[in-house]
Write a protein of this length. Structure first.
Length: 255
């Protein structure tokens, strides 16, 4: 599959984008020109696009593959509230929902990788695995990765190689998979670190709230101030209030 198309209108360009259920609208028009080159590298689907406007893109990736998204210009865009730029690669697990936005012309590269090629186990109930991540593996690695894929697409576009044949396609697919596994597992590690941090913080808040409640209950005949409780527990008043509200849904003064 090799397809190179150009458009003067936004709607037909949007309809061409594959591997995702998309809803898109223009945010900032610079030039009404859009182009997209779609090809295959072995079993991998690749899309290389240039957009003359900014846009808001909401949707979800298909449920049988991971997606990798790379920014190609130095003007960042937002993804689910996170910044995607030249130093980042976006990892989209199967079925993941996303919201991209920017108000300027944009260029991007996206790669669809069937789940079974990556060896990453996916449980639909596991929000940790299914969460979109922005991974920053280092500029040099990303530059090499982008350059390898784009160079291949340029040769395909000039008909110097056939994307359905041979050794070069197989080698590049293996190269992409090797790097993609690194990106995906790094994405999982980021989410696991975040989850562990959240659990540790929740446990600390639980302990602070419990000890504060015991102090209050033991001081019914002589009310104790928030400042005194915080000092006794060796925490700030702000931390005390946050922890207490997260446990009892009320400030200490109403307990």
């Amino acid at each position: 599959m090799n397809s190179q198309k150009s458009f003067d209108d936004f709607e037909p360009y949007c309809a061409t984008i594959a591997h995702a259920d998309l809803r898109m609208r223009v945010l900032g028009m610079e030039e009404p020109r859009y182009s997209i080159f779609q090809s295959a590298i072995g079993q991998l689907g690749v899309q290389w696009a240039q957009e003359g406007s900014g846009q808001l893109s909401e949707g979800s990736i298909d449920r049988s593959a991971f997606g990798l998204y790379l920014q190609l210009n130095d003007r960042p865009r937002l993804l689910n509230g996170m910044v995607s730029d030249l130093d980042a690669i976006v990892v989209l697990p199967p079925g993941a929902e996303f919201c991209f936005s920017c108000n300027h012309a944009n260029s991007w590269l996206a790669i669809r990788i069937p789940t079974d090629l990556l060896g990453v186990t996916r449980d639909p109930r596991d929000e940790l695995v299914n969460t979109v991540s922005v991974v920053r593996p280092g500029r040099e690695l990303l530059q090499q990765f982008r350059a390898s894929v784009i160079s291949y697409l340029q040769m395909v576009g000039r008909s110097r190689i056939d994307s359905d044949c041979g050794l070069s396609t197989s080698l590049l697919q293996d190269q992409i998979l090797t790097v993609a596994r690194r990106f995906c597992f790094q994405s999982l590690e980021l989410r696991m670190d975040t989850e562990e941090t959240s659990r540790a913080l929740a446990g600390r808040h639980m302990r602070i709230a419990k000890e504060a409640a015991e102090l209050i209950e033991n001081s019914l005949h002589s009310p104790v101030s928030i400042a005194a409780i915080a000092k006794s527990l060796d925490v700030s008043e702000r931390t005390l209030l946050t922890a207490f509200r997260s446990r009892f849904e009320m400030p200490p003064g109403r307990f």
